[in-house]
Design a protein around this ligand. Structure first.
Ligand SMILES: Cc1ncc(COP(=O)(O)O)c(C=O)c1O
Length: 389
C-alpha cells in the first residue's frame, strides 16, 4: 500500500472489537496540520476572510468545477442565508426525507414548508408531484440530493421555469458528485454544502454556498458578515456565518486526501453490493447512470421478504457493537413543529413514510476495516437465509 493510501485506511486506529459507527471522520496526519496552525499563530488572522479562507474558496471552485463559492461556519447557516440571499418568502416545496436542518432553514426564515413525497427509486423529491403542491404563495423549491444521489434536476428546473420559482439545492451530501459532464452543484440557483464531521469532506464544522455569479456571491458574503460592506455600511440584517481560518486551513489539507478517501469508499460500496446482492429482502440503492458518486452513505432498504423488521435488524447489529443509523427516520414531517401542516399528513407522503421504516445506513467510512466490513455483510446476509419469525 502506498504511504498516502495507508494514511487513508488508518486501519491501526480502529480496534476490531471497538464500536463500529455509521461513520468516522477522515482526519489528515496531525503533523501535516501543524504548519498551517503555526502560520495562523504567526499572522494572528483568525477569521474574517483571511488567507486560508480565500485560498480554500479558490481551491474548492477548482476541485468542484464551479464558478463561485462562499464558505460558511456550517451548512445550516448556509441554508438559512441562501434563502435570504434570494429573498425567498411564502411557501417552499421540499422533501420530508432529509435531515431536519433542511426544513428548519425555512422556519428560521418565516417560510412555510410544503412537503411533497419522494420518488421510490431515488428517494429524492418526486418532480411529478411538485406541480400539485404549488400555490400562489410558492416562491421556491428546496430539494435535497439525498445520500449524494442526483435529484431529477432537469424536471425540477422545467417546473421552476414555468412557475417562476427559485431552486435551492440542499447538497449537504453531494460534495464532489459529478453529473456526466458537470458538477451536480452547478444546477439550480444555489447549492448548499455541509462540511460537518459526518461528511465526505469535513472541516470539523463548516459549509458553503455554491453561487452562479460574482454578484450573488457578494450579496451572500455581506449576509454572512452581519450585512457589512465596509466599516460603516451595513446593507442587510446579516448573520455571523463566517468560516474561521482554522477550519479553512483544515479544508485545504483535506483536499489533498479527499480523492483517495472517496476511492476507498467506492471499494467498500462495491463489497457491500457484491455481498448483499443475493440477500433476500435487502435492497441496495442504485446510482443514477453516468454520475460519479461520492459514496457518502450506504443505505439499504429492509423489505418485507427479509426475516427481520428494519428495527430488529438495527437492534441485532447494535447488540454486536455495530451502529448503523436510520437516516431518515422519523420523517421531518413527523416532528412536532411540522406535523400540524396539511402537507405533513402521512396520506400525502406514502412513499417517504414507507421508506423511513425500511431504511438503514450501514457503516461507511475510509478507515472501515475489511474484517469489520466482512462481519457486517455476513450478519446481514446470513439473516436473510433464516426463517421469518
Ligand atoms: C441534508 C442535510 N442538510 C443540512 C445539514 C446541515 O449541515 P450542518 O450540520 O453543516 O449544519 C445536514 C447535516 O448535517 C444534512 O445532512
Amino acid at each position: 500500500m502506498a504511504n498516502d493510501a495507508r494514511k487513508i485506511a488508518n486501519e491501526k486506529e480502529v480496534e476490531s472489537n471497538g464500536p463500529i459507527y455509521v461513520t468516522q471522520p477522515y482526519l489528515p496526519p496531525l503533523e501535516e496540520f501543524i504548519p498551517y496552525l503555526a502560520k495562523i499563530w504567526e499572522t494572528k488572522q483568525l477569521t474574517n476572510s483571511g488567507p486560508y479562507h480565500r485560498e480554500l474558496e479558490k481551491r474548492l471552485c477548482e476541485f468542484l468545477g464551479v464558478e463561485h463559492i462562499a464558505l460558511f461556519t456550517n451548512g445550516t447557516i448556509a441554508l438559512v442565508t441562501a434563502l435570504q440571499a434570494l429573498r425567498v418568502t411564502g411557501e417552499v416545496i421540499t422533501t420530508p426525507y432529509s435531515f431536519v436542518a433542511t426544513a428548519h432553514s425555512l422556519l428560521w426564515n418565516g417560510i412555510k414548508p410544503v412537503f411533497v413525497d419522494i420518488d421510490p427509486d431515488t428517494l429524492n423529491l418526486d418532480p411529478r408531484r411538485i406541480e400539485g403542491a404549488i400555490t400562489p404563495q410558492t416562491t421556491a423549491i428546496l430539494p435535497v440530493h439525498c445520500y449524494g444521489r442526483r435529484c431529477d434536476v432537469d424536471a425540477i428546473q422545467a417546473i421552476a421555469d414555468i412557475y417562476n420559482l427559485k431552486v435551492i439545492y440542499d447538497a449537504a451530501h453531494a460534495f464532489g458528485v459529478r453529473d456526466p459532464t458537470r458538477s451536480l452543484l452547478s444546477f439550480g440557483d444555489l447549492s448548499v454544502l455541509s462540511f460537518h464531521a459526518t461528511k465526505v469532506f469535513t472541516t470539523f464544522e463548516g459549509g458553503a454556498i455554491v453561487c452562479p455569479d460574482a454578484k450573488t456571491k457578494q450579496r451572500i458574503d455581506h449576509l454572512k458578515n452581519f450585512g457589512f460592506v465596509d466599516e460603516v455600511t451595513v446593507v442587510a440584517p446579516g448573520i455571523n456565518g463566517k468560516m474561521s481560518e482554522w477550519n479553512a486551513a483544515l479544508g485545504l489539507l483535506q483536499l489533498k486526501y479527499v480523492d483517495q478517501a472517496i476511492a476507498r469508499r467506492k471499494k467498500i460500496d462495491a463489497v457491500y453490493r457484491q455481498q448483499l446482492k443475493d440477500a433476500r429482502g435487502i435492497r441496495c440503492l442504485r446510482y443514477s447512470d453516468g454520475a460519479s458518486p461520492n459514496y457518502a452513505y450506504f443505505p439499504i432498504l429492509v423489505e418485507s421478504e427479509y426475516p427481520l423488521s428494519r428495527d430488529d435488524l438495527y437492534r441485532e447489529l447494535k447488540n454486536q457493537n455495530i451502529h448503523p443509523r436510520r437516516y431518515f427516520y422519523p420523517l421531518i414531517s413527523d416532528f412536532p413543529m411540522y406535523r400540524g401542516l396539511p402537507s405533513a399528513h402521512r396520506d400525502n407522503l406514502p412513499i417517504a413514510s414507507r421508506i423511513a421504516n425500511q431504511v438503514l445506513c450501514l457503516p461507511m467510512y475510509p478507515a472501515l476495516r475489511e474484517a469489520d466490513l466482512e462481519r457486517i455483510v455476513t450478519l446481514v446476509a446470513r439473516r436473510s437465509r433464516t426463517k421469518k419469525k
